[in-house]
Design a protein around this ligand. Sequence first.
Ligand SMILES: [Zn+2]
Length: 313
Amino acid sequence: MKPQIIGTIALFIAGVLLASESASQTKLQAPGFYRLMVGAIEVTALNDGVVSYRTAQILPTATPEQITKSLYEAGLTDPWGMSYNAYLINTGGKLVLIDTGTGGKLADSPFFAGTGRLVANLHAAGYQPELIDEIYITHLGPDHVGGLTKGKRRTFPNAILRAARSEVAVFLKPDAAQTNPKDWRIPFWRDLFQPYINAGKFQPFDEDGPLANGIRAVATPGHTPGHTSYLIESKGQKLLVLGDLILVAAMQFADPSLPTPFDADQRGGIAQRHRVLELASREDYLVAGAHLPFPGLGRVRAAAAYRWIPVHP
Ligand SMILES: [Zn+2]
């Protein structure tokens, strides 16, 4: 046989062998960050993970028909993946992180398994934990504060930690452990905040008001007693970082009155959803949601019902 023919046959056999070996699915996504400008302020959405939920877990009063119809209209089926997002704000003068992800804590819980990717995505986005000047907490959900520490150390060693006093009072009170001896969250929260308190880097705040140039706190209690949203403003553009006001984008824009047991005060949660959706649609704010589909950024339009218009990467 001529050498060329032998070579051709060898190549053919190799091709058949390769084709019969099916490639395994990698299931990997691109690094979870997304960037946009709000005036002169750079905003980076950071994903901490995606967690699977059934809608009825979050909105138990919604009927099965309501759920099926809403999910169909959103292109989803139960269960669906809920994004866990945080937001990094670079004002030009300060680097501020709003919420910190789970830090990989409580990984045995179905609510937190597979999360803890925030710091990896922070690196992918071109920043390091040491660069963060301030951390603003929307509320004490483990998926928002869990990332404050790594072991017993501060994940963000140079950052001032800020949160509403009404939110942190529950575990900062000296008698907190005695009044709620069975509440596992009291020591959990203490362990997360104590390294910052010990370093003189914890500064709670009292009311709505400015925190950094272009960023102000907006009290939105309901999901938790001191739940706080943050308004970013530059050159006439505004972005409202909502925190956990909306958990199910497919249903709670259309019906903000759907109650959820995830809200500590369900009526308060409903009132705040109505308030911020009315405000965001009237003022044409960009909004960012900790659990809206990553990057969780978009605008709200009011029609017969509110409608969610996501940004397109
Ligand atoms: Zn949350």
